[in-house]
Design a protein around this ligand. Structure first.
Ligand code: COA
Ligand code: MG
Length: 282
């Protein structure tokens, strides 16, 4: 069974208090951020904390990721070396397949086969996302939507229901699904607005995302609740499996279940839902 990644919490690499706290939050993925959360003067010092942090997070049970600075910055190359021992390396602002190949070959040179994840957060990245997600030999594990950079570069205004962002999110999701990759939705900045978070996370799940990238501890538990099957969904899946197991429906491709047309494709989906269960084992 594929591991659930309902939550990926960004943790600034220059914030020891947050690094300490992160290990206890039960997030599915922790992302030590060397990029936007760390100012230029702190970049080198933050990088020195990577290996100790990865060790500290070992017992958290989370997938331990590091977001590096882009290759065209003064820090990109050194960051990749420091991140090579992580469980995943997150590349920001991926715009073309070559960005992945360049990072892959640096990591290979360090003897690291760590999976790469690509942040899609520029207009060019969105336009090229199908090629990026489909490239072979890159060891790509997932895509993350970077909505703050994308909104800035598209010049779209923030709005309540993300109408302007939806076409781009859908492209990212589609490219991930076509290639068997994880797809994580963007962050929600108003971390005190719990109802707003819940609404946006539900929208992300409706679009098909596996989970959401997060910025604050308070967002972890609501993300888990949103991105794992609800009791009602599990119950419905069990009913679908039971209906197809009923000898009266043996050999049928399609059945009437309380006024719903249910086909064998729904049976496959129901089985997948039941096997994903309601969360990762502790
Ligand atoms: N990971 C782990 N712990 C975090 C955290 C995070 N992302 N954000 C906050 N915390 C901790 C704080 O250190 C504080 O710990 P304490 O109780 O031990 O003091 C506690 O959670 C409560 O924090 P709070 O006071 O509500 O917020 P804050 O003012 O300390 O931090 C932000 C607010 C936005 C600065 C902070 O959440 C943050 O830096 N988030 C991540 C930003 C980021 O990585 N951006 C780049 C990707 S978009
Ligand atoms: Mg960004």
């Amino acid at each position: 069974m594929k591991r659930l990644i309902r939550s990926a919490l960004f943790v600034p690499a220059n914030n020891p208090r947050a690094i300490e706290k992160a290990a206890q939050l039960g997030a599915d993925m922790l992302v030590l951020d060397l990029e936007d959360a760390v100012g230029p003067d702190d970049k080198e010092g933050a990088r020195d904390l990577v290996s100790g942090t990865l060790e500290h997070w070992q017992s958290s049970g989370a997938l331990r990721a590091v977001r590096v600075n882009a290759a065209d910055t003064p820090w990109g190359a050194g960051d990749l070396r420091a991140a090579s021992q992580a469980d995943a390396v997150i590349l920001p602002k991926v715009e073309q397949v070559g960005d992945l190949h360049a990072a892959r070959s640096s990591l290979n040179a360090f003897g690291s086969s760590v999976p790469l994840w690509a942040m899609i957060e520029t207009p060019r990245g969105v336009l090229n996302v199908a090629a990026i997600a489909g490239a072979t030999g890159t060891g790509l594990g997932g895509l993350m939507a970077g909505v703050n950079d994308l909104a800035r570069l598209l010049r779209c205004a923030p709005d309540h229901d993300r109408a302007a962002m939806l076409p781009h999110l859908a492209q990212i999701l589609c490219a991930a699904r076509a290639n068997g990759l994880y797809a994580l939705d963007g962050v929600y900045n108003q971390f005190r607005d719990h109802e707003g978070f819940r609404r946006e996370a539900s929208q992300g799940r409706m679009l098909g995302f596996d989970g959401k990238t997060l910025i604050h501890p308070d967002q972890v538990e609501p993300a888990h609740r949103c991105f794992q099957p609800s009791p009602a969904e599990l119950e419905r899946a069990a009913q679908i499996v039971a209906a197809f197991t009923d000898p009266a429906n043996a050999g049928k491709g399609v059945i009437n279940l309380d006024g719903d047309m249910v086909e064998r494709l729904h049976l496959d989906a129901a089985r997948a839902l039941l096997s994903a269960g309601s969360g990762n084992d502790p």
